[in-house]
Design a binder for this molecule. Structure first.
Ligand code: PMP
Length: 447
């Protein structure tokens, strides 16, 4: 009988973060659910942070936690990084909000264009949700087609058109061979589902068949090379390269959503795969902790924005402070910084998977080897997650939740569903302590 149970871990979590539990209840008086983002939930309630410093956060409950959530991968430089802080402090006295462009807009666009070879032009927004919406509009205008193809488990923001089949649950979404679009929320019109073609990650034969059958209607295929919010799944390189060839053949715009995966390397995850999409969505790290999204793409496709065919306009698009923070962050993220993060990531994956394998444990660390990964407690030793539906069969949700709760109790703050990301200020000792904590929790779980 394990010494750890979900009941005990939930109890210990709420006792340790009792102030956060009370604040969640207080918040519910004013805000549906207690806070404006349901993803703040960490099991029974959120953990409220008072401040952040480097790789750590201080919670209102008085605990210092190694931040492995990093605002869902945003904080690649950790908290209050001096480069971002001083850029913002310098920028603030000149004013915040203007009906004029700022010099830094082209600076950040140039940085992204220099690094991501498929990106020749960039348009900024306030969030990746918005830039995903822009990408779809651009693709529809460019092709004159209406339908969107996306992967089950792929997350591209919460717009009506894309908040579809990101979180499909067992029993929903049709058969494995014939996936059907499912709304991720009430209030999404049926027409959006009719316009969405859903595909299964890493299933080349199925994807090829469905795309060919619908090719005349499909404006774009949007994908994450490694998905996050819908559950971490890494696409195979051969699969992605085959999709690039197929979409080119069928005249479908290929949109790679690098909102999370831009932290994979200096040239993004598309640089690692060697794939050249038509459009790229960016977010998270490019704003340095401020709200910023971007759509980048080839001159040919982005021309529909240039010639006025497509209209996109937001009051805060190109917000100076977000651009200032973003430029400071991206300038700090040089090739060495990405390499350091990837070294830590590879160490975590290798050490924990080897340890788990040697003892016949069901712990698996998965991901492409960059600083956004997941831990899962599997239903059998050695299982992996190759597509969204593997979460239904291969991951023991309850035990994975115990891992998350116990990590928080022991001083680490991952994403509750089992994902985690690293930040540049993390030291070798931080990484060691995380590895050892997971080993200890799994040992207790299996004792
Ligand atoms: N695309 C991806 C791949 C994401 O992970 C997210 C956010 N988790 C979005 C789009 C939406 O970004 P935002 O929440 O900034 O609108």
């Amino acid at each position: 009988m394990s010494t750890l149970t979900l009941e005990k871990s939930l109890e210990a979590f709420s006792a340790k973060f009792a102030v956060s539990a009370a604040l969640t209840e207080e918040g519910k008086k004013f805000i549906p659910g207690g806070y404006s983002r349901s993803s703040f939930n960490f099991g029974p309630h959120a953990v409220y942070a008072e401040s952040g410093d480097g790789a750590y956060i201080m919670t209102v409950d008085g605990h210092r936690l190694l931040d492995l959530n990093n605002n869902f991968t945003v904080n690649v430089l950790g908290h209050a990084h001096p480069a971002i802080e001083s850029a913002l402090v310098e920028a603030i006295p000149a004013g915040f909000s203007f009906g004029n462009p700022s010099l830094v807009e082209a600076d950040l666009a140039r940085i992204l264009i220099e690094r991501i070879s498929s990106v020749e032009k960039v348009q900024f927004s306030c969030s990746a949700t918005e830039s995903c919406m822009s990408a779809i509009r651009v693709a529809r205008a460019y092709t004159g087609r209406i339908k969107i193809a996306k992967f089950e488990g792929g997350y591209h923001g919460f717009s009506d058109m894309l908040h579809v089949s990101s979180h499909t649950m067992p029993g929903q979404g049709g058969s494995d061979a014939d996936p059907q679009a499912v709304a991720d929320s009430a209030g999404i019109p049926q027409t959006e589902l009719e316009n969405t073609i859903v595909l299964v990650q890493n299933d080349l034969a199925g994807t090829d068949r469905i795309l060919r059958e619908n090719a005349r209607d499909i404006a774009c295929l949007i994908l994450e090379l490694q998905s996050g919010a819908g559950g971490l799944v890494t696409l195979d390189e051969e699969f992605v390269l085959a999709l690039r060839a197929l979409t080119t053949e069928l005249g479908i715009v290929l949109i790679v959503d690098e909102t999370i995966s831009l932290r994979a390397g200096y040239h993004g995850l598309q640089g690692v795969y060697g794939v050249t999409p038509d459009l790229t969505v960016m977010g998270k790290i490019i704003g340095g902790g401020m709200p910023l999204g971007a759509l980048g793409g080839s001159k040919a496709v982005m021309r529909v924005l240039e010639n006025g065919q497509v209209s996109i306009s937001g009051t805060h698009h190109g917000h100076r402070l977000a651009l200032v923070a973003g430029a400071a962050c991206m300038n700090t993220m040089d090739a060495d910084a990405f390499e350091r993060l990837n070294r830590h990531s590879n160490r975590i994956m290798k050490e924990l998977n080897e340890w788990s394998h040697a003892r016949g444990s069901r712990l698996t660390i998965y991901g492409k080897g960059f600083s956004h990964m997941a831990y899962g407690y599997m239903t059998e030793p050695g299982l992996m997650v190759r597509n969204h539906r593997d979460y239904w069969h291969n991951v023991d949700g309850e035990k994975t939740q115990i891992l998350s709760l116990e990590l928080a109790i022991r001083g680490f703050f991952p994403v509750h569903r089992g994902e985690f990301s690293l930040s540049l200020p993390m030291t070798d000792d931080d990484i060691t302590s995380f590895i050892e904590a997971l080993k200890q929790i799994v040992t207790e779980l299996e004792s």
